[in-house]
Write a protein that binds this ligand. Structure first.
Ligand code: URA
Length: 434
């Protein structure tokens, strides 16, 4: 087989066989296919698509490209969660310790930022010393001892996805349904959790812009998971505006800490409770989602979840003092408010553009080896449906570079659409696929 022929076959609308997909993934993982050929294949897939059969074969080939974690040494039913990627999506930072605070084993694999969306690992690295490079033994020990561990993709867990993820991030090939489904599900299958809850985002800030596409992606991932014997469900949630108010790594960590202390934004709390209830029921720790929701709210209000968060930060090498005093987290040198040009109601927020402004400020990667600035980003003051007076602040930008700050100000003002009429509220949770 040769990669040139496969690229041309896909470009012309052909269907790749299981053998061809397995060969391509094996050869790419081994370094025998160069990035430029794989980039061409990814782009061809973006234009031509993949059948359900190809998507399943790609997922399984990627899952088996490295080790399959054996978590049988963890007591109980292990649960994990994964988001398809959003702007201001700090859900896992709150959700994972909250679910773990009920004694449910949370064995979570997380990723870095992708395209205009942020990643949990980058955010957690805002804590001095924090690492997600855990050995299998440390990972299992932490889950058994404190019910929570969050690991990055170790070199040998779905290594094909690790390479492809970094390649797609910088070649404009992220937002394709089969590539997202196979990327997420390959990691989830390789990482050994029994129950998986997926947060499939839809809207301007998501990779799936329409609800129909989000539903199709959710169904595809749930069906791949079930085929592999996992208990999977997917929540479809709104990404037509950032989740919460903060966008940017350390800024989001601060908002997550506020939420764990019972002072977070309502939308983030609602999403965390919805996803968390499903995880708790999957783990057999509650009879139904209503009971699970009450247990989770109690744990949030009592401070138990925040205690678990601090224990988790410490167990993975971070400084828990920074959780108690978030002002000790890294912060940017300049701050500037962006005023509303006119009075009115916020009727639309160009959410992908908000993510891109964060990238411009240095909060994400432009090249595979770019270093990101954890301190930069923005904090919204107004969300959809809020009224605003001319000159009032729509958002505050946090930057370390004056020139970038100026460009961000201009783009951020244009990212808000104001109107005379208050828009009808949109539900955060659009659907749940079982
Ligand atoms: N998250 C992933 O892990 N992969 C994707 O492709 C998108 C979101």
């Amino acid at each position: 087989m040769n990669m040139y022929d496969l690229i041309v076959k896909k470009k012309r609308g052909g269907e790749l066989s299981r053998d061809e997909i397995e060969w391509m993934i094996r050869s790419y993982t081994d370094g025998d296919i160069p990035d430029y050929q794989m980039s061409a294949m990814m782009m061809a897939i973006c234009f031509v698509g993949m059948t359900d059969e190809e998507t399943k074969d790609l997922t399984l080939a990627m899952a088996h490209s490295g080790d399959m974690l054996d978590l049988s040494a963890i007591h109980g039913i292990k649960v994990d969660k994964h988001s398809t990627g959003g702007v201001g999506d700090k859900t896992s930072l709150v959700l994972a310790p909250l679910v773990a605070s009920l004694g449910v084993p949370v064995a979570k694999m997380s990723g870095r930022g992708l395209g205009h969306t942020g990643g949990t690992i980058d955010k957690l690295e805002s804590f001095r010393g924090f690492t997600t490079s855990l050995t299998e033994k440390q990972f299992i020990r932490n889950v058994n001892e404190i019910h929570i561990a969050i690991a990055g993709q170790t070199a040998n867990l779905a290594p094909a996805d690790k390479k492809l993820y970094a390649l797609r991030d910088v070649t404009g090939t992220v937002d394709q349904m089969s590539l997202i489904a196979s990327s997420i599900m390959s990691k989830k299958l390789a990482s050994g959790a029994d129950g998986i809850v997926l947060d499939v985002k839809t809207g301007d800030g998501a990779f799936m812009k329409s609800l129909d596409d989000a539903r199709a992606l959710a169904k595809e991932m749930v069906s791949i998971g079930k085929l592999a014997g996992k208990d999977v469900s997917a929540v479809i949630s709104d990404m037509d505006q950032p989740l919460g108010y903060a966008v940017g790594n350390a800024l989001e960590v601060k908002e997550a800490i506020d939420t764990l202390r019972g002072q977070g934004p309502e939308d983030l709390k609602e999403l965390v409770l919805t996803l968390g209830s499903l995880m708790v029921v999957k783990a057999g720790a509650a009879e139904d989602t209503e009971q699970a929701g009450k247990m989770l709210e109690d744990s949030l209000n009592s401070g138990k979840a925040f205690d678990v968060f601090k224990a988790f930060i410490q167990a993975q090498g971070g400084d828990p003092e920074q959780a108690d005093h978030p002002d000790l987290l890294t912060s940017a040198g300049y701050q500037a408010e962006v005023p509303a040009p006119t009075s009115g109601y916020v009727c639309n927020i160009h959410t992908e553009e908000i993510g891109r402004i964060c990238l411009l400020l240095g909060g994400g990667r432009e090249k595979k080896d770019s270093c990101i600035d954890l301190s930069v980003g923005l904090v919204l003051h107004k969300k959809k449906g809020n009224s605003v007076q001319a000159g009032e602040a729509l958002a505050t930008i946090h930057a370390n570079d004056m020139q970038k700050l100026k460009e961000a100000e201009r783009r951020l003002q244009a990212a808000f659409e104001l109107a005379g009429e208050k828009p009808a509220p949109e539900p955060l949770i659009k659907d749940i696929i079982f």
